[in-house]
Design a protein around this ligand. Structure first.
Ligand SMILES: Nc1ncnc2c1ncn2[C@@H]1O[C@H](COP(=O)(O)OP(=O)(O)OP(=O)(O)O)[C@@H](O)[C@H]1O
Length: 267
């Protein structure tokens, strides 16, 4: 099957004040149509850089090598239209001085060519889809009037407003408490299936990644350590570093994670 996104020998270096920091080196991988791919790794391993590179959001001064192709699309992808991005902090994507309705409708209007009335209708439908209580009233609310979990639901609604082919969730649940985190993960899974999107799920948490992903890619120091089906990564990692990440969960939540893998529920 043609992959949705294909990275070939991608390298990224940040440049500032005459110095260069290499954030990614020689990354080749594909994101398949409709799949949920998790990127895991410690802080500084290059996960966010990968997401920003795919979304075309890296600073202009950045040196980028290799290729990022979208074989199905046949044109240069547009952030917001072909790619929806959900950040850890919803404040990164939500404008505090605009109502929820205005900001979601704006995405629909810009990318789907709808008029304002149609865009607001779509915004209300989207708020309903992300299970925000009372979507009609939420349209006229401002971000600060919502809880953290509700704001993240709105950020997700905005990210999927233009029906993107790829949804990138960069530590999208890390700032939330465990129960809200589980609800948001469930929501993302639901939307991915309903809309046929591919998901790039970025997390430092291998247990969480294994809950949501079909495949997991392990990053370290800007390199791809290994990539495989979730079940294989969790039960039979080939790299010592992946085993270390699994061991780091020992005593926390690796037990349920491994039990599920043994019961074959992760495949
Ligand atoms: N704008 C930038 N300018 C210079 N260096 C940067 C910039 N952004 C990231 N880096 C560096 O690039 C490397 C990879 O960072 P990146 O944020 O991609 O890692 P990460 O795995 O997402 O980390 P975290 O989990 O902490 O977000 C790090 O060494 C980081 O310090």
């Amino acid at each position: 099957m043609t992959p949705r996104v294909f990275l070939q020998e991608l390298g990224v270096s940040y440049r500032s004040n005459g110095t260069e920091v290499e954030a990614l080196r020689d990354i080749s991988l594909e994101i398949r149509t409709g799949e949920r791919l998790a990127i895991i790794g410690e802080s500084g391993s290059g996960k966010s850089t990968l997401a920003l590179a795919i979304a075309g959001l890296l600073p202009a001064s950045t040196r980028i090598e290799g290729r990022i192709d979208w074989p199905e699309l046949g044109r240069v992808p547009q952030n917001g239209r072909d790619i929806g991005f959900v950040f850890q902090d919803p404040a990164s994507s939500l404008n505090p001085v605009l109502t929820i309705g205005e900001q979601i409708a704006e995405v629909a209007r810009t990318h789907l060519g709808l008029n304002w009335r149609q865009s607001y209708k779509r915004a209300e439908e989207l708020l309903h889809r992300v299970h925000l209580p009372d979507p009609a009233s939420a349209l006229s609310a401002f971000p600060h009037q919502l809880s953290g979990g509700q704001r993240q639901r709105v950020a997700i609604a905005e990210a999927i407003a233009a029906r993107p082919a790829l949804l990138i969730a960069d530590e999208a649940t890390s700032a939330l408490d465990t129960i809200v985190q589980a609800e948001i993960v469930t929501l993302i899974q639901e939307l991915i299936v309903q809309d046929g999107m591919s998901l790039l799920f970025i997390s430092h948490d291998i247990a969480l990644a294994s809950e949501i992903a079909d495949r997991i890619a392990v990053f370290r120091y800007g390199r791809l350590v290994e990539i495989a089906d979730t079940n294989r990564i969790v039960t039979a990692p080939t790299e010592a570093y992946t085993r270390q990440l699994l061991d780091a969960h020992m005593g926390l939540d690796v037990e349920p994670l491994l039990r599920k893998a043994e019961a074959g529920k992760l495949s």
